[in-house]
Ligand binder design. Structure first.
Ligand code: NDP
Length: 285
């Protein structure tokens, strides 16, 4: 079994980013991400810390605006609009899910698609699904593709099975895999004979958010397994794949922690750099 660790992928991307950030700095531009956090969810705060650490280690900027849990709809829209209009802000990220009193649909429509580095807006979703290359796919889905690319997994004609159909991971990942000519099946909670569907996969991607649900009977010995799930069970972080049951049976597998999650923050940085580069190209015309 080969372990597909996220760190070498992240490191190799980071090296290339240093050059690009330096180039931008020569033109007087520092890539900047503005993060909006609503409330004080511990997972959000911990993700926020890792984003700030990564960005500042490369001389980019990530700034957090914390809003109270009971924030009004008008307030959050005003905060987003201010970021939309700030030429020094190249990426905007909102932690999800939102409190129920806020309209997710409305917020999605306010965020400027050109700064929407985690594919929240309808504009970016449409770009992704119509194959336009001027948007930003969701960072987690993109991180999976980055891992497959780094470890030279050939996708053309391969059967990829995704467990999970959310708009954040499963569905966009299906599109990205199709673009690489994989034959894609997206499964969900109503899928019949799930273990059998999964067993047929050359590449199995678990993004269900259900701890340890993928056991050996879902896999086959030549399979590559990508575990997107981040769950806490008995106080420990684990994926959707029961690692100890599956790892020595399949061809390759991503660990949790240390797999997809390690690359996701890097994708956020990548999209922010691309946005800054696009802005730079426009102001120089
Ligand atoms: P959602 O809850 O939005 O979606 C889960 C999907 O999985 C749904 O489509 C659901 O089906 C399906 N599903 C759930 N349980 C089962 C089951 N037992 N059998 C078959 N299908 C099932 O989750 P997200 O997409 O937001 O996240 C998925 C996982 O990825 C989570 O563990 C999350 O923590 C993790 N994650 C990891 C990131 C990273 O950087 N590594 C970033 C973002 C998320 P249905 O539609 O029928 O309800």
């Amino acid at each position: 079994m080969m372990e597909l660790r996220g760190l070498p992928v992240a490191n190799s991307l980071t090296e290339a980013f240093k050059l690009r950030i330096n180039q931008l700095k020569l033109g007087g531009i520092t890539p900047k991400l503005s993060v909006i956090r609503i409330g004080n969810n511990e997972d959000d705060i911990s993700y926020e810390r890792s984003i700030i650490k990564k960005f500042s280690s490369l001389d980019a900027v990530a700034e957090v605006t914390g809003l109270p849990y009971d924030v009004r709809q008008e307030t959050i829209e005003a905060v987003i609009k201010k970021m939309n209009n700030d030429n020094n802000v190249h990426g905007i990220l909102l932690f999800r899910p939102f409190p129920e009193h806020l309209s997710y649909e409305k917020i999605k429509s306010v965020i400027n698609g050109d700064k929407d580095v985690d594919c929240m807006s309808q504009t970016n979703m449409a770009r992704l699904f119509s194959g336009e290359k001027n948007g930003y796919p969701p960072c987690t889905a993109q991180a999976v593709m980055e891992i497959l690319d780094y470890y030279k997994v050939d996708l053309a004609g391969k059967k990829a099975v995704i467990v999970g159909r959310s708009l954040v991971v499963g569905k966009p990942l299906g599109i990205l895999l199709l673009e690489k000519n994989a034959t894609v099946t997206i499964c969900h909670s109503k899928t019949k004979n799930l273990p059998e569907e999964c067993r047929r996969a050359d590449i199995l991607i678990a993004c269900a958010g259900s701890a340890n649900m993928i056991t050996r009977e879902f896999t086959n010995p030549s399979q590559i397994v990508i575990d997107v799930g981040i769950n806490v069970e008995e106080g420990r972080l684990c994926g959707d794949v029961k690692y100890d049951d599956v790892a020595d049976y399949v061809q390759a597998i991503t660990p949790v922690p240390g797999g997809v999650g390690t690359v996701t923050t890097i994708e956020l940085l990548k999209h922010t750099i691309i946005s800054a580069e696009r802005y730079n190209a426009v102001v120089r015309i």
